[in-house]
Write a protein that binds this ligand. Sequence first.
Ligand code: M6R
Length: 605
Amino acid sequence: MCGIVGAVAQNNVIPILIEGLKRLEYRGYDSCGIAVHLDRKLQRSRSTSRVADLEKQLATSGLTGFTGIAHTRWATHGAPVTHNAHPHFSRDRIALVHNGIIENHDDLRAELQALGYVFESQTDTEVIAHLVDHMYTGDLFETVQQAIKRLTGAYAIAVFSADEPHRVVAARQGSPLIVGLGDGQNFVASDAMAIAGTTDQIIYLEEGDVVDLQLQRVWIVDVNGRSVEREVKTVQAYSSAVELGPYQHYMQKEIFEQPRAIADTLEGVVNIMPELFGDKAFSVFQQIDSVLILACGTSYYAGLTAKYWLESVAKIPANVEIASEYRYRDSVPNPNTLVVTITQSGETADTLAAVKHARSLGMLHTLTICNAATSAMVRECALAYITRAGVEVGVASTKAFTTQLVGLFLLTLAIAQSKNRLSEEQEQAHLKALRHLPAALQSVLALEPHIVAWAEAFARKENALFLGRGMHYPIALEGALKLKEITYIHAEAYAAGELKHGPLALVTEEMPVVTIAPNDTLIEKLKSNMQEVRARGGQLYVFADADSHISPSEGVHVIRLPENYGLLSPILHVVPLQLLAYHTALARGTDVDKPRNLAKSVTVE
Ligand code: M6R
C-alpha cells in the first residue's frame, strides 16, 4: 500500500506535500515522512505518528524546499519505527519513496552490501535507494530507467538527487501512480485526490512508465524506453467531499450518508436496461451462461450476497471467489462467463490481478462494480457500473458496501431482462423497492439509540458470534468483519444451520450471539437455531423484522427493524451491524477510522 506524493515547484513544496499526505493516509498510516532538496543537500523529517504530528515537527524545524517527496507507510518489511520510515537516503545523494514490494530485495541487498553500502533499515525500499545511487550517472532519469530493470515485484517510486535541483523522477510497475500538471510546477502521487485543489490535469501512468518531472516539462517513457504521450484527463477535485462536518468520525458520517449514497447510485436509473453497464452489455449478457465474481473483504461479501440474487432472480449460475485465492489456483475457465469484480477503490492489487488472470484464461467478458470512476479497475474492465457512494474515508467499508449491493441488484435485473427472465411487472416492482430504499434506511438509522445501549455490553466482551441464513449469511460475515476490524473483538460468523456442526461448542453464558432475523422463508429454522443457543446459556442479540414474531425474553435481546424488505433486506440489515461495531469501538476507545495494522486501499499482494 503506502501513499506517495512528490512535487517540483517554484515555491516551498512542504504545504502541498503535507496536504497530499493527509489525503493519502487512507493508504497506510504506520509512519510518514518528507524529504526536500535544500541548497544541494537532502533534508528530511519523519514521524511514526500521524501526518498531523509530522506537520507540527516541520513547523518547528522550519524546513522548506522547492523539490520534495513524501510518503505515508503501511509496513511490509520492517516494523513501523523511524529508521524504517520513508524517504530513504543513499549516501546523502539520493532520496526515495516507494509503494509496493520488491521481491528480490535480499539478493540486491547482499550485492550492495558487498559494494560497501550500509543499510539503516529493514525495508526493501532502501535497496532501491542504494541501487539508484550505485548506478547514478549524473542523469537521474536515465539512471532510474536502468535501475528498475534490476527490480522484481510491484512498485511505484519517486526519487530525487541532491545533484539535480528541480527534478523528481518516478516509475511504476504494479502500483498506481499519477502525474499532476501545474503551471510551472508538476506533481506525482499515488492518487489524484492527493493533489486535488492544486491541479485537476492528471495523467494516469501505465505499467512500466518512467516520468521525468521538471518545472516546465514532463517527459514520459514507456517500458521499452520509448518517449510516449499519455492522455491528460481533467479530474474533478473532490477534496471538499471528505470534510467531517458535524460527525465525530468518518465511519459514523459514512453510515449516515447511506440513504444519500444509494439515492445517488440510483440516479439516472429510469428503467432497467443492460446499457447501464456499458454499450455492449446487452450482447454480452445474452451470450453468458454463468457469472464469476472476484473481490476481497467486504466487497467479497457483497459478491456472496449477489450470488443469491443472480441465481434466484436471473436464474444464472454464479460463483464468488476471494480474488487472492482465485488467481493462484487451477480453475476450469468458461469463455461464456461474465467476470464481475467488486471493488470500492478500484485499486485492490489482488482483485486487479485476479481479473487479469481470468482474461489470460480466455474469459474476456469483464465487468466491474466500482466506486472510483477513474481507477485502474474501471480501465481494466470492458463494462462498469460506477456506484456513487462518494469518497469513503473510514477504513471500515460501509456506504461502499450498500451501494455495491445496489449495483449488483441492478446487474441481476439487467441480466434477467436480457435473458427474458424478467416481466415488465416484476421490473417495476423491483424498481419501486429500490427507490424506497433511502427512506427505509432512514428508519433503520433511527434505531441508533437502542444499538448504543447494546454496545456497552459488547465493549466488555472479547468474543462474539454472528448468525444469519440464506442471503443474510453474508451479512453476518460482514457484521463480524466490521466488529473485529474496528473493535479488535474476535468475531466469527456462521450460517445458523452450521452452528450445531461445531461452533456451538463456543457458546456459554459469556458469548454474545448476534442474530439477523428477517421475516423470510427461513425464519422458523432460524428460531430453532436460536433455541440451540439459548439452551447453552448464550446471550442472543437479535435484529428482527417487525413481523418476525420474536420477542425479548431472558437472554434474548431484540431490536426490531420497521419492515420486511424482501430481496433487498440485506441492504437494510447490515446497517444496524455497522452501528453496533461503531458504537462498540467508541465505547472501547479504539481508533475508529484508522484501525491498527490496516489501510483503506490494499495495493499490495
Ligand atoms: O477497495 P476494495 O473494495 O477492493 O477493498 C477490498 C477490501 O480491502 C475492503 O473491502 C476491506 O475488507 C474493508 N476495509 C473492510 O471494511
